[in-house]
Design a protein around this ligand. Structure first.
Ligand SMILES: Nc1ncnc2c1ncn2[C@@H]1O[C@H](COP(=O)(O)OP(=O)(O)OP(=O)(O)O)[C@@H](O)[C@H]1O
Length: 321
């Protein structure tokens, strides 16, 4: 088999590092590793290549990382991994290794997604050659965008998950008041992420005068979606609605007439509940700009590995240095 033309791609999150190879046939052999089992990405990538590489000796790598990037040192925002890009490149024998933010990789994927990779949430029609917004709750709250640039797209490396969370009603203001007693700055990510679901549930428990009994996001959403716990149900409803506030704010800020795409590890696990939730109504509920937002489509990315689609586009374009 010809193995010389492969590039190594990785999607490095807070809990998992996913690897794949990109060749003429597109993305092949995706595999997932637990970050905790390795001291860093070079060790995990070596294990991947030894186990699944089939003799491939990639000369080029592109890693999507859940972190703010700038310079050689990469500190994972929600994980103990910290690494030097140059040292990782050398350890893996690559001629070139690029790192981009994980949501920038997802933004790069959007023009390459098929209709089956997307679930429409509400109405609206995308206008060609207009900015596209991407956001999504996972371990953190990722945000990025694609801006049209001649015949191509420019992705934004952004930290929109750390914008100040705004309340849309008195109940949400009370939730934010409770969380302000714990955090100096109540960012969107403090509510709209895995840990955010826990924070939200704890705040609603305090406001309802009940002891918080659940401590993990999956248990809270499970009791919320099956209706067995009213506070969990309010947690999930509030989570979807506040995500609508942030998505609407983002769409207004960048003029996202090309559409708003939702990603991250949480929403695809509850896609139908999300589609039927108050998200879309809240997305549009921006006063005089309701008609503006009603025209913008919001879509959930249900492709299992969108970051790899974006990394494959990056590797093929050969433009990022
Ligand atoms: N059923 C669920 N309901 C709500 N939250 C969940 C559920 N299952 C997992 N989570 C939360 O989703 C987050 C993981 O999201 P995501 O898969 O996007 O992670 P990530 O940031 O890419 O990192 P990694 O891929 O390394 O886990 C964690 O906070 C986890 O607790």
């Amino acid at each position: 088999m010809t193995v010389g033309g492969f590039s190594l791609v990785a999607d490095i999150g807070g809990t998992h590092a996913r690897f794949a190879l990109v060749g003429d046939a597109g993305v092949v052999r995706p595999e997932t590793y637990r970050c905790a089992d390795f001291s860093g990405p070079a060790e995990a990538a070596k294990a991947y290549l030894a186990e699944y590489g089939g003799g491939a000796a990639p000369v080029r790598g592109a890693f999507a990382v859940a972190s703010m990037l700038g310079g050689d040192r990469v500190e994972l925002t929600n994980s103990p991994w910290s690494f030097s890009v140059e040292e990782t490149r050398r350890l893996l024998g690559l001629e070139r290794l690029e790192t981009i933010n994980d949501f920038t990789a997802i933004a790069l994927a959007v023009p390459h997604l098929a209709p089956g990779d997307l679930l429409a949430v509400g109405g609206g029609t995308a206008r060609p050659n207009h900015p596209i917004a991407v956001l999504g709750p996972g371990t953190g709250l990722g945000v990025s965008a694609l801006v049209p640039c001649g015949a191509t797209w420019s992705p934004l490396e952004a930290e929109g998950g750390h914008v100040t969370m705004a309340a849309a009603n008195a109940r949400e203001a009370a939730i934010l008041d409770v969380l302000r007693q714990r955090f100096d700055h109540v960012s969107a990510e403090r509510l709209l992420s895995g840990q955010g679901l826990v924070n939200l549930y704890q705040a609603l428990s305090a406001l309802s005068g009940h002891q918080a009994v659940y401590s993990t996001p999956d248990v809270i959403t499970s009791h919320g979606l099956d209706g067995s716990c009213p506070i969990c149900r309010e947690t999930v409803e509030t989570f979807f609605a506040m995500l609508g506030t942030v998505a609407g704010n983002l769409a207004l800020t960048i003029g996202a007439h090309g559409g708003v795409y939702l990603a991250g590890g949480i929403l695809p696990r509850m896609a139908e509940a999300f589609r039927q939730s108050g998200f879309r109504a809240r997305f549009e509920a921006h006063g005089r700009f309701q008609p503006y937002l009603a025209a913008i489509p919001t879509r959930l990315i249900v492709h299992p590995l969108p970051a790899f689609v974006g990394l494959a586009a990056l590797v093929r374009s050969g433009t990022a240095e």
